[in-house]
Design a protein around this ligand. Structure first.
Ligand SMILES: [Zn+2]
Length: 419
């Protein structure tokens, strides 16, 4: 569907609407022109909350799109974590999102379906590794008590939550694979196609790099290969489903005789307790590695409109940022950011100091407009998200708006950037 009455020239303003989805991201960018309909980009629509805020948010979104008859020009899914795409798999919200009829859907290169099946090179191997790791996360999320037998209930809950962010969301993936006239799977500096839809706007992809460009994004998962994750899953299945096939993997020693733990000698029970403790540590570490590896697949988009600069990095962490920051001219362009969507709900390694120190429009002189920062977050099981020291700096040096502090019943906040 085309958005008739096409605008020309440069937008007069950009409206950035942040929806309160709980722990997750959902942003609507409206590029408003002197004449013609606004052009719209939806960036992410997902949540990981016990209380599902997605249905009311998507209802609000559809109302907000009334003047373009429910149409957006492009949809960006920064990465495949549940808290960024669950809306596309939500039974109430998905049928509505399916009618957005964008011309363009953008995802990171790691989502390219061809890579998941065919590629033999290191990029394909990384994608297949992530797939295997997701299956592993599924096993942990399904039964964290069995996966971490000696951990405290609070730790079991935290690890299960983290694992659940990484599980597959087949309904959302299927909907996205059908959505839009054109789909692009992007890496650093590739042509996004957004420029053609947004007159007067330059959009640059600052991440993620491919593995050919940088192996850093693999570093958090570098101790694994596809086989490693599958072995872990198999081991866990063997421990947690003796004699059975668990989550689809065969038990390690299918014919071994088993005895109830209570019948074991005290020293054997001590040894088993200690082995279980080691398993707990490993499972927690693996789930955290997967979380970071997935965050580092995030698309990082820089929008430049007139003299204004808007930065949307998904949940990119340091390893993803590192490559782009070293490339020619990138630091100079980041210095001028006016609006920053705070990465990864305010974790500290998604706003690395190397990036933060570049922002020149923090701490603006009295009377001058301060940089705007939008922080989509919720207090949850992660003690360090959002990170206190980052929130303090954002509060002091920028105009920060948090999605979880909009007030009772308020579903969204709109930041207006005048050009
Ligand atoms: Zn996230």
């Amino acid at each position: 569907m085309s958005n008739g009455n096409g605008p020309t020239g440069t937008p007069t303003r950009v409206e950035v609407k942040m929806y309160d989805v709980g722990f997750g991201d959902c942003f609507l960018l409206s590029f408003v022109y002197a004449s013609g309909n606004p052009r719209r980009v939806l960036i992410d629509c997902g949540s990981r909350n016990a209380e599902n805020k997605i249905p009311p948010v998507v209802d609000q979104l559809m109302t907000d799109l009334a003047d373009t008859e429910g149409h957006v020009d492009a949809v960006v899914i920064t990465h495949r974590h549940l808290d960024h795409l669950s809306g596309f798999g939500d039974p109430q919200a998905a049928p509505k999102l399916a009618t957005l009829s964008p011309q363009l859907v953008l995802q990171p290169w790691t989502e390219d379906p061809n890579l998941a099946h065919d590629a033999q090179d290191e990029n394909g191997e990384h994608v297949q590794t992530l797939e295997a790791a997701q299956q592993y996360a599924q096993t942990v999320a399904a039964d964290a008590k069995a996966a971490l037998p000696t951990a405290s209930a609070a730790d079991q809950q935290m690890v299960a939550y983290l694992a659940s962010l990484g599980i597959k969301n087949p309904a959302a993936v299927t909907l996205l694979s059908d959505l839009g006239d054109e789909r692009k799977y992007l890496s650093f500096n590739q042509e996004s196609g957004l420029g053609a839809l947004l007159p007067g706007v330059t959009v640059t992809v600052l991440g993620p790099p491919t593995l050919t460009e940088s192996s850093d994004i693999k570093s958090e998962s570098s101790t694994n290969s596809t086989q490693f994750w599958q072995l872990q899953r198999g081991l866990m299945s063997a421990f947690t489903a003796p004699g059975g096939t668990g989550a689809g993997a065969d038990p390690l020693f299918p014919n071994a005789k088993t005895e109830p733990l209570d019948d074991a000698s005290p020293c054997l029970r001590w040894a088993i307790q200690n082995l279980n403790g080691i398993q707990d540590d490993n499972v927690e570490r693996f789930v955290q590695c997967l979380d970071t590896a997935m965050n580092n697949t995030s698309l990082i988009l820089l929008f430049e409109v007139g003299d204004k600069v808007l930065l949307f990095p998904g949940d990119a962490q340091w390893e993803n940022w590192h490559y782009g920051l070293q490339q020619d001219g990138v630091k100079d362009r980041l210095a001028n950011v006016d609006l920053y969507k705070v990465g990864h709900h305010g974790s500290c390694n998604a706003t690395p100091m190397d990036l933060w120190n570049l922002f020149q429009r923090r701490n603006a002189a009295a009377g001058a407009p301060k940089m705007t920062t939008l922080l989509p977050t919720a207090l949850g099981p992660f003690k360090t998200v959002p990170k206190d020291s980052l929130v303090t700096a954002l509060t002091k040096e920028t105009d920060m708006i948090r999605s979880d502090q909009l007030g009772d019943g308020v579903l969204s906040y709109t930041a207006v950037v005048n050009i």
